[in-house]
Design a protein around this ligand. Structure first.
Ligand SMILES: [Zn+2]
Length: 325
């Protein structure tokens, strides 16, 4: 049988990452181009179409050899309807039927997936979760995103808003989150909010080496907290420990919901390395139940920034298998 390929597209507010992959997740081409979101809907669709063509050209593959396109897009979106609904950083794609637009542009079957789900599928298909059938992924960046694979299938839910793991409530009546709920794990464990929390504590008069950054007019970053916590700063240590403990709390919740074999941590914050992982594992063991020993392994993602692109192509391969485009 002739070898065939899928194209993965990781659509972001700034850049479109695209690449061509075979059925074993080998990347045959990969690049990034500007999304040009300011130039409007047609331009963005045209740029995605051009990126698909370039992914084939750079790999020396004809379009007749490409059996599917997977697009990972910011949500909320509807996979079932192939519709991007209201992506914050891509306003020109509001209520755009992107799946059919790309199919029309390329003549190739296309599937549309939430970008966080696509990244989780990437780690499941070709990364940290290659050996398992049930995983939960937390992506720790500016916000907290996530994805759930249960029984080898991506979990979307009836309203297709499942796996919004950043908005699991870990503190009833707690800090207000960007989503308007109170006490979401994102409000404690995301890079953005943990820095804001440190600023608030300094503003309340707590002593900290972080005050020097604030007094210098810098915006505190998660890296500042990690650095100060490692150096023994008590306030930074408390904020970091809380971020790790609340994340562990959310993992305990997911343990009881989907009972995964593996929890994958991804995103910019995993740069903290063992300073993050050791604490999350420790708090998880402290907080979880003692009735059973069904403890998931907690590990870092392995695909880095390519997870979205690889996962998007993987979603196309999966759609080819199941017929669920
Ligand atoms: Zn929230």
């Amino acid at each position: 049988m002739a070898v065939s390929y899928c194209v993965g597209v990781d659509l972001g507010g700034t850049n479109i990452k695209a690449g061509l992959l075979d059925a074993d997740a080998n990347i045959k081409s990969k690049f990034s181009v500007p999304t040009e979101v300011d130039l409007g809907t047609e331009k963005v669709i045209g740029n995605i179409g051009a990126a698909v063509k370039r992914a084939m050209d750079e790999a020396g593959v004809a379009s007749s050899e490409v059996v599917g396109i997977g697009i990972g897009s910011p949500g909320p979106l509807s996979h079932n309807r192939g519709l991007v609904i209201n992506p914050g950083n891509l306003p020109c794609l509001q209520n755009v039927p992107l799946r059919s637009a790309i199919e029309k542009h390329t003549g190739i079957k296309t599937t549309l997936e939430n970008d966080a789900n696509a990244a989780a599928w990437g780690e499941f298909w070709a990364g940290a979760g290659k050996e398992v059938n049930d995983l939960v992924m937390f992506t720790l960046g500016t916000g907290v995103g996530g994805g759930v694979i249960s029984g080898g299938k991506l979990l979307r839910g009836f309203y297709e808003n499942g796996a919004e793991l950043g908005h699991i409530i870990v503190q009833s009546g707690g800090r207000r989150c960007s989503c308007d709920q109170h006490g979401c794990v994102e409000a404690y464990s995301s890079a953005y909010y943990l820095a804001r929390r440190a600023e608030e504590l300094v503003a309340d008069g707590r002593q900290s080496s972080l005050k020097a950054h604030i007094d210098a007019g810098e915006m505190l970053m998660a890296e500042h907290i990690v650095e100060a916590a490692k150096a023994g700063d008590e306030l930074a240590r408390q904020v970091w420990d809380d971020a790790c403990r609340y994340l562990a709390t959310a993992i305990v919740t997911m343990q009881h919901v989907t009972n995964p074999e593996l929890v994958v941590l991804a995103g910019g914050m995993i740069a903290a390395g063992d300073f993050l992982l050791d604490r999350v594992r420790k708090y998880f063991r402290e907080l979880t139940w003692s009735l059973m020993e069904d403890f998931p392994d907690i590990r870092f993602a392995t695909l880095g920034n390519d997870a979205g692109l690889i996962g998007a192509a993987g979603c196309a391969w999966q759609a080819l298998k199941t017929g669920d485009w």
